[in-house]
Design a protein around this ligand. Structure first.
Ligand code: ADP
Ligand code: ZN
Ligand code: MG
Length: 477
């Protein structure tokens, strides 16, 4: 059988979180009453004049620089003409032949191996309105019309659904670090179209591409690509040609269906927008924006590994959001021991678990690095067991009390004195003759069961190490 290689290029749209729209003063706030954030400019009334939102341009430059792009100066806006009910002007202000930036790249990590994905261009445009289909009617909300939108186009350097997924995760994380977009696919502030073709392995020429639309999560992009690879493979292996078309991902059927073919593709008749000047982006401006770019996830991962002795796996988890990375770093700095293992296990273990169940980040749990250190101090001095410490953590988060208070109020200090433990151990031995027999018969595991029983009887407060020693002594007597 012929072996095929997937060739994938992604087009990502990101809404910039400016307060006002790209070419007028209307608010960009999400979720407001339909058609309340509109004006003659974003509604496309005749005779109105757009004025570029400088912040939108600055944000766009910031992303372009973070993606290693070159900046075009001057840069130009063009009209992309088409008719659609959500497009009040009958054209979209976009960029055609002099996009803001070009020739960048994004390095992604694939299980410890790097891959370099070239970025063709990053340009600025405006969003369209939104159609809402209800039973037999369709409604239109123009609140979204005119919100600044970045288009980030990759070269077809991506070769698998997994790589596409990693590209998206990495891109999103960078843009969130730059604090210029929420990148929330559910709210539509990040959207992705995927282009995919197959070619025989070890050949150079590209096959015919299919454009995939309507994926509303990164997983959906991955699933749609996986489906599409199989569909195209099956056609090619039967010697059937792929026709260039746009297909949409059906989220219920989990299949792609045709939307429009190349013949139906629009000719946008781009031409320079006569209402907007060319924009010169000075070296000073570029320098100033470059300096405002914070340390990005990749560099942060490397630094965390170097400075705190973390593994790549741990570092990747901790830097996934800037806020959490900053929190984790405060914890790492405040933690008194040179060996950060215990702290790290708590961060990516119980704390992350708490964050996940609450649908928030580590930094939003309300626990301070000092508060965490206090708790870990009790664990390290063996004053409380790990198990108890976890429930104390939950209480710290829920009741905003300190570890010391909770431990004192709950009388949670671990039982380490032999006398009280001996009483419990004796009882456990009495109640579990089978395990005792097993142990005496040479089954060393049986001791763990008995320790477990001591823990249970003491409501998790027994010091497990001492309990085990005690049990062994009693059983060997
Ligand atoms: P179009 O003119 O149809 O918009 P472009 O050449 O502008 O196509 O590319 C759009 C996207 O499709 C880019 O992300 C690019 O990397 C990707 N792409 C181009 N050719 C192919 C191909 N043969 N297979 C897969 N992706 C492709
Ligand atoms: Zn407006
Ligand atoms: Mg194109």
């Amino acid at each position: 059988m012929t072996e095929y290689e997937a060739v994938i290029g992604l087009e990502v749209h990101v809404q910039l979180k400016t307060k006002t729209k790209a070419f007028c003063g209307c608010s960009t706030e999400f979720g407001k009453e339909p058609n309340t954030q509109v004006c003659p400019i974003c509604l496309g009334f005749p005779g109105v004049l757009p004025v570029l939102n400088r912040t939108a341009l600055d944000y766009a430059i910031k992303v372009a620089l973070a993606l290693n792009c070159k900046i075009h100066s001057p840069t130009k806006f063009d009209r992309k003409n088409y008719f659609y009910p959500d497009l009040p002007k009958n054209y979209q202000i976009s960029q055609y032949d002099l996009p803001l930036s070009y020739d960048g790249f994004l390095d992604i990590d694939l299980d410890g191996k790097d891959k370099h994905i070239r970025i063709r261009r990053v340009h600025l445009e405006e969003d369209a309105g939104k159609l809402i289909h209800k039973e037999s009617t369709s409604l239109v909300d123009f609140n979204r019309a005119g919100i600044p939108l970045l288009e980030i186009v990759s070269e077809p350097d991506i070769n698998s659904p997994e790589e596409a997924y990693q590209y998206l995760v990495t891109l999103k994380s960078i843009i969130q670090y730059l604090d210029v977009s929420d990148c929330d696919m559910e709210k539509g502030s990040l959207r992705c179209d995927a282009n995919i073709s197959l070619r025989k392995k070890n050949t150079i020429e590209f096959g015919t591409k299919i454009e995939l639309k309507n994926m509303n999560s990164f997983k959906a992009v991955k699933d749609a690509l996986t489906y599409e690879i199989e569909r195209q493979k099956s056609l090619l292996s039967k010697n059937k040609a792929i026709v260039q078309e746009t297909r949409f991902w059906d989220t219920k059927e989990l299949k792609t269906f045709p939307m429009r073919t190349k013949e139906e593709a629009m000719d946008y008749r781009y031409f320079p927008d006569p209402d907007l000047p060319m924009f010169i982006i000075t070296q000073e401006k570029i320098q100033q924006i470059r300096e405002s770019i914070p340390e990005l996830p990749r560099e942060k991962i490397q630094r965390f590994i170097k400075d705190y002795g973390l593994s790549l796996y741990v570092a990747k988890i901790l830097v996934s959001s800037k806020k959490d990375a900053d929190f984790a770093e405060s914890c790492l700095k405040a933690y008194p021991n040179k060996d950060k293992k215990t702290l790290v296990n708590w961060l990516i273990g119980p704390l992350l678990q708490e964050a996940n169940t609450r649908g928030c980040g580590l930094a939003d749990l309300g626990i301070t690095p000092q508060g965490l250190n206090e708790l870990l101090g009790f664990v390290e001095k063996e004053l409380i067991s790990n198990l108890v410490a976890k429930s104390v953590l939950t209480e710290i988060i829920e009741k905003h009390k300190s570890a010391a208070t909770i431990i004192q109020e709950g009388n949670l200090i671990q039982i380490s004195d032999t006398e009280s433990l001996e009483k419990i151990a004796k009882k456990v031995i009495q109640e579990n003759p089978r395990s005792v027999q097993d142990y005496k018969g040479g089954k060393n595991n049986a001791i763990m069961f008995l320790v477990g029983q001591v823990m249970k009887k003491s409501q998790g407060k027994a010091n497990p190490k001492i309990a085990q020693e005690l049990l062994k002594r009693l059983l060997n007597e």
